[in-house]
Design a binder for this molecule. Structure first.
Ligand SMILES: *Cc1c(COP(=O)(O)O)cnc(C)c1O
Length: 722
């Protein structure tokens, strides 16, 4: 066995004839191929549900007789053979889009991110940044772009949310069972779990290495929760975004320095680096340290590394930019600074804000300094970011500040409902048999016009009922366990009515996202919800960060309101928002609402997921919506420039919009019971949004704009990184 090789986990036994299910279960390819998921579901529905749609867990828990029965069922075997052949040819594909357009050569990009949203069985995400990273890897796999991911194996995942009857969020820690998750141990040459020491950090930190197969893309996860570490260091990788500054610094040391070192130990070469946010910027220092070790002067090393690095910044919100007390930095990186061969002063200067020099060690400043390519995640966000960081380039004009825009996109096969895909198939394949391969082509989506209104509307209603069933079934089970108060049932959606216009609001409960904007004027809200002709209901979901008291208060206020008889069961709050609930919601509500304080939402992505499923978007003019809105494919409010607190104006405008435009359009149905005006807007939205705001368009832009430049640097042998 060679260094870093994987071994079969042998955690379950399978009949020979269907032994490929093991390989399939450990490749997240199943998560964006519904027919592959069906292969598991067909083994046994109950076991599939009990596993919470996680094939690894299912194969471990399912009684053997079901597997045996499947291995003798000709129908099952036929499907099994088709899917396994499909997986095989997907994995073996040598060309793909990338191969057709670029020379593959030795080029490879190392992608660093503190979180990945891939599937709910891997709770290694907090929100949009993670889903962006997950969707990026999936799309790189589909396009055959050579990428390797680095991240954390969070042993406690992100918080599991329970909402008390008084509306207060409680965090429950549910340890991630590593043996039930679709992750594999990476082994060393002796067959033991590979453990790597983070270089030059004192006291020492060790990380164990795991691997997730995201289609063709390998993602390596670092885990400090091993007996070789002392208790404090063990818990470095236990939670996402811990509030403890020192722990957080240690996390970022492990992610960057440890992450780079793990790739080196695995013998994985790369010629480009992509930092998804500044959390992992220490990786660049580790590359510099290696160069210094080889005798290259440190500033020359920095110059080389710059040419290979793209840094994507994701937020203008201050809490999204880590700043560390220099005392902490020196405490943990003292040895490391010596190894780099620079003075403490020189080191601290790398993370100094160009103007606010006393603030501390700023990870965004570090990332900007050590990378040549920088991008923001929407056009508007690029403008805001240039403004924030213009002082880094004091002698340049505004339009010369080197921060570009690549607007976020979402992985279509992950977020498009399988039934919706089937509906589209019936029409799209007529003009383009393999339309899935070019779903970023706008012309294909013009065919949406050919779908009869009735077909689209009936499917939409079906997905809506599916969401309501999910809500009710979950509550019913809780009720049966005797752990629920009647108020919980009401506040969490038992009284929702599928024939009522349903607004969805689901995202992290950060204050800037203003989940409570609609609560600004309660009597107005109540009259909108209880309008006898045009009733409205709202489904909320989202977690507040454990340390965010204000976020929790907003959630509590909404929850307590939902319990009130005056609201008549027309507001619901769904517990424990995550990937699975997001799927139900972006498929099944009528309208997706987005209300952040501009310009704080750098991009936003959930509205894109909704749009591809025919859910209309109503958003303040911010982030991606500045590019997505065309006057006919959704609604916009809050476009005006307002200085200071804008709650009153924004809320008023939103109330007006719902009362006079949105609700009347929804309820204007003809004799056939179909709201043709609404469906026309659904079609306009589906024609204009999914192709443009797909991860496919986004990844292609990253590749077109940056990868050739990095390759050029690498080829000139300027900046070869081992
Ligand atoms: C897409 C997604 C997000 C990000 O949504 P935003 O609109 O960017 O806030 C957060 N959480 C989950 C579970 C998601 O699926």
């Amino acid at each position: 066995m060679t260094h870093g090789e994987l071994t079969g986990e042998r955690l379950f036994t399978l009949p020979d004839r269907i032994s490929g299910l093991g390989e399939l279960a450990y490749n997240l390819w199943w998560s964006w191929h519904p027919e592959a998921r069906m292969l598991f579901k067909q083994l046994n529905r109950e076991a599939w549900r009990e596993s919470v749609h996680n094939p690894v867990r299912m194969l471990r828990e399912i009684p053997y007789r079901y597997l045996e029965a499947a291995s003798k069922n000709p129908r099952y075997l036929r499907e099994y053979d088709i899917i396994m052949a499909r997986l095989g040819s997907y994995m073996r594909q040598s060309q793909g889009w990338f191969g057709e357009h670029y020379q593959k050569g030795p080029f490879n990009v190392a992608y660093f991110s503190a979180e990945y949203g891939l599937h709910h069985s891997l709770p290694f995400y907090a929100g949009g940044l993670g889903f962006l990273a997950g969707d990026h890897l999936k799309e790189c796999s589909d396009l055959n772009v050579p990428v390797v991911g680095i991240g954390f194996m969070y042993s406690q995942g992100y918080l599991h949310q329970h909402i008390r009857v008084d509306g207060w969020q409680e965090e429950i820690t549910l340890p991630t069972n590593r043996d039930l998750a679709p992750i594999k141990r990476v082994r060393d040459e002796n067959g033991r779990h590979l453990i790597v020491k983070v270089p030059d950090i004192d006291p020492a930190i060790y990380v164990a290495v795991w691997r997730v197969d995201v289609g063709r893309v390998p993602l390596y996860l670092l885990d400090t929760d091993i007996s070789k570490n002392d208790p404090k260091r063990r818990s470095i990788s236990s939670h996402l975004y811990t509030g403890d500054r020192e722990m957080r610094l240690l996390q970022q040391i492990v992610l960057g320095i440890g992450g780079r070192h793990v790739l080196r130990m695995l013998g994985i070469n790369f010629s480009g680096i992509h930092l998804n946010e500044g959390h992992s910027a220490f990786a660049l220092l580790e590359l510099a340290r290696e160069h210094v070790e080889e005798g290259i002067p440190v500033h020359e090393a920095f110059e080389k590394i710059r040419g290979l690095t793209i840094f994507t910044t994701h937020t203008p919100v201050p809490a999204g930019h880590d700043i560390y007390d220099p005392v902490l930095v020196e405490r943990h990186l003292g040895h490391y600074i010596e190894a780099l061969g620079i003075t403490r002063e020189e080191f601290l200067a790398l993370g100094r804000h160009p103007v606010r020099s006393n603030e501390g060690f700023n990870m965004t400043a570090l990332a900007l300094r050590l990378s040549r390519f920088h991008n923001a995640v929407s056009r508007r966000h690029a403008g805001v970011t240039r403004e924030m960081w213009r002082s880094c380039w004091p002698d340049r004009n505004d339009d010369e500040i080197p921060i570009d825009a690549i607007t976020n996109g979402v992985h279509l096969p992950t977020w498009l409902n399988p039934r919706m895909e089937m509906l589209l198939n019936g029409y799209f394949t007529r003009i383009c048999p393999h339309w899935q391969h070019e779903h970023d082509n706008r012309e294909i989506w013009e065919v949406v016009d050919e779908i009869p209104d009735r077909e689209l509307w009936e499917l939409h209603m079906r997905l809506k009922i599916k969401l309501f069933n999910r809500i009710r079934e979950y509550k019913r089970r809780k009720w049966a366990q005797g752990v629920e108060e009647p108020e919980n049932l009401v506040a969490e959606g038992m009284l929702l009515n599928p024939s009522v216009l349903t607004i969805g609001f689901a995202r992290r409960f950060s204050t800037y996202k203003r989940a409570d904007l609609l609560l600004h004027d309660l009597s107005r809200l109540s009259s909108i919800l209880n309008n006898p002709w045009y009733p409205v209901q709202i489904v909320f979901a989202g977690k507040a960060h454990p340390d965010d008291k204000e976020g929790k208060k907003i959630l509590q206020r909404i929850y307590q309101l939902a319990e009130k008889p005056e609201i008549a069961g027309r507001i619901a709050v769904i517990e424990n928002y995550g990937e699975q609930i997001a799927q139900y919601m972006v498929h099944g509500v009528d309208l997706w609402l987005n209300t952040p304080v501009p310009p704080m939402e750098a991009s936003g992505t959930s509205g894109m997921k909704a749009a591809m499923n025919g859910v209309l978007h109503c958003s303040i003019l911010d982030g991606w919506w500045c590019e997505g809105y065309n006057g006919r494919n959704g609604w916009v409010f809050g476009a005006g420039e307002i200085k200071g607190d804008r709650t009153v104006q924004d809320a008023e405008e939103l109330y007006r919009l719902i009362e006079s435009d949105i609700a009347p359009l929804y309820y204007t149905q003809s004799m056939d019971g179909i709201p043709h005006g609404w469906v026309a807007m659904m079609k306009e939205s589906m024609k204009t949004i999914p192709p443009l705001f797909s991860a496919r368009r986004m990844v292609k832009e990253y590749v077109h704009n940056y990868y050739p430049l990095m390759v050029a640097c690498a080829e000139k042998n300027l900046c070869n990184i081992r």
